[in-house]
Design a protein around this ligand. Structure first.
Ligand SMILES: [Zn+2]
Length: 163
């Protein structure tokens, strides 16, 4: 397994695009609910939403490279002016409550310091009991289709620069 010192949101997005391209395709049918921003000075932005599909799944993205600037976002404590966030910089931590995320990204993202969840909630190591291929044989960190859609929404809103 690769060990990462810092995995950016773009790294997670591009790893998904490379290793799980079907998730990018499936993200087009995902509906995202309200997005809330919580700015935690000096430079952290906690982004929460939920995705609606076969169920409702809580989504979290934590970014740690946020600077003051000219783009106004409505946060839970009022408007904050930030610079558009370059998702290629800094470390990102993510979480989705769906089973695909649990099975393909949970331990892999934790190993890459990119899981926004307690280590106590980690799934046990995968033990092969059937002949079906493991969903993430290469142990690549990444996103599920719900997080993909949220990242695309953030880009469309102008909060993120190019992925
Ligand atoms: Zn998901």
């Amino acid at each position: 397994m690769n060990l990462f010192l810092e995995v950016s949101l773009s790294d997670l997005y591009n790893s998904t695009d490379t290793h799980f391209p079907e998730k990018i395709v499936r993200s087009t049918s995902v509906e995202i609910g309200d997005i809330t921003f919580n700015f935690l000075p000096p430079s952290t932005l906690l982004i929460r939403s939920d995705a609606h599909g076969e169920g409702v799944y809580p989504l979290t993205i934590l970014l740690n490279n946020v600077k003051k600037g000219r783009t106004t976002i409505e946060t839970v404590t009022g408007p904050v002016k930030i610079a558009k966030i370059n998702p290629r910089n800094g470390n990102a931590q993510v979480f989705c409550g769906c089973t695909n995320f649990a099975y393909t990204c949970n331990r892999q993202n934790d190993a890459a310091n990119s899981l926004y969840d307690s280590s106590r909630n980690l799934r046990p190591p995968y033990i092969k009991t059937t002949n079906r291929a493991f969903l993430n044989e290469g142990n690549h960190p990444g996103l599920c289709k719900h997080l993909i859609k949220l990242v695309q929404e953030l880009k469309n809103m102008g909060v993120l620069t190019k992925l």
